[in-house]
Write a protein that binds this ligand. Structure first.
Ligand code: SF4
Ligand code: SF4
Length: 370
């Protein structure tokens, strides 16, 4: 049996993706200036407006002209969500995440730049995209008798040519630069449902805290309209950034993935000390915090893991945890993005599989629910 740590070693495909993203160092990620490109490589119509080699664009800097004009890279906005905070909510999904969890069900959220997604059901394998790409970013490989796309994210600049020219519309671009005004207008359309249900706006991702200026501007504008706010976050952020955004929020959902920091690093690419410190601060500051625990077979689902999580919860002062059984909803997206998926075929879990696991929390007088 391999050790958990070696079994969850950062996969080379993830390391490649991080390098392709050209992310700045952890510290500098949070000190980005507010001068920025106004371009939107995700929107084909806006292609002529940007220089694909602009290094500022690759760092995803925010547009600093005025708070309501700030832009962030958003890959989805979803109305009528019932599982992302109290009541009926609109969830805004930000692109970019400092973690690389091997079970991620939103792999399209990870890169902090627009990226090409492929629909294998529509593709006729004509290879036109491969031939036309000016940066030789597209190739096809064959595995198990099936041809699959590979997109070299270090080369692709999201120029959109392949999206436009694919004869079967099998390619699309994930990630669109949206302004605070634009997002707020969309969110405010459902105010009547928020008022009826106690719902509101939820920031999710990816990691919203990679876009602190945008988040604060959006949350301030939403609050001015009486819209309740929530975040789903890894809490892996500079403490100053974390506190600043947290001060604008009504509710927080913070992930807790592994109590053992070196196992955490092996499976997600980062250690858990910063996450733990930020979580502890949020709870001690009186924020409405719920911990969320994705339970992954062979990684954090043992009795020992549950006992260690109880200690973690007590350390940070939490009394409430939502248990999220592992699922495979994101599996197809890995193929669509041209990624390998290392948990392919792993059995999904259900609440009934985790009743013993849940009981351990209850024995420790913690409120653990599904
Ligand atoms: S994605 Fe489009 S252009 Fe590329 S091989 Fe498939 S059908 Fe042809
Ligand atoms: S968007 Fe398509 S054509 Fe443009 S660089 Fe990326 S893969 Fe190549």
């Amino acid at each position: 049996m391999p050790s958990v740590e070696s079994a969850y070693k950062m996969p080379t495909s993830n390391a490649r993706r991080l390098a392709a993203e050209g992310l700045p160092s952890y510290g500098s990620l949070f000190s980005l200036g507010r001068n920025a490109t106004k371009t939107c490589s995700g929107e084909v119509a806006a292609q002529s407006a940007f220089n694909p080699d602009d290094p500022e664009r690759l760092q995803g800097r925010e547009d600093g002209s005025s708070p309501s004009k700030l832009k962030a890279l958003i890959f989805n906005m979803q109305k009528f969500s019932l599982n992302d905070g109290p009541g009926i909510r609109t969830v805004v999904f930000f692109k970019g995440c400092p973690l690389r969890c091997r079970w991620c069900s939103n792999p399209e959220s990870q890169l902090r730049k627009p990226q090409i997604q492929w629909d294998p059901r529509s593709c006729i394998h004509c290879h036109h995209c491969e031939e036309l790409c000016p940066r030789s970013a597209i190739s096809f490989i064959e595995t198990s008798g099936k041809e699959r796309i590979r997109i070299d994210e270090g080369r692709c600049n999201a120029c959109g040519r392949c999206v436009i020219e694919c004869p079967k519309e099998a390619l699309s671009c994930r990630g669109v630069w949206r302004s605070v005004d634009d997002v707020l207008q969309f969110v405010a359309q459902d105010k009547v449902f928020y008022e009826e249900s106690g719902g509101g706006l939820t920031l999710s991702g990816g990691e919203p805290l990679l876009w602190p200026e945008f988040c604060c501007a959006l949350l301030g504008a939403a609050s001015a309209q009486g819209i309740d706010s929530c975040i789903e976050t890894t809490a892996y952020a500079d403490p100053q950034v974390f506190r600043r955004v947290a001060s604008c929020l009504d509710h927080m959902f913070i992930d807790m993935k592994q109590a053992n920091s070196s196992y955490h690093r092996a499976a997600t690419g980062v250690s858990n000390e910063l996450i733990k410190a930020n979580t502890s601060w949020a709870i001690s500051s009186g924020k409405d915090v719920t911990l969320r625990l994705p339970v992954i077979p062979g990684f954090n689902d043992s009795r020992e893991d549950a006992e260690a999580f109880c200690g973690y919860l007590k350390d940070v002062g939490a009394t409430r945890v939502q248990i999220l059984p592992f699922h495979q909803y994101g599996e197809a997206k890995y193929e669509e993005l041209g990624y390998d998926y290392e948990l392919a075929g792993m059995r999904s879990l259900h609440a009934e599989d985790l009743s013993d696991f849940q009981r351990i929390f209850i024995e420790h007088k913690l409120d653990a629910y599904f």
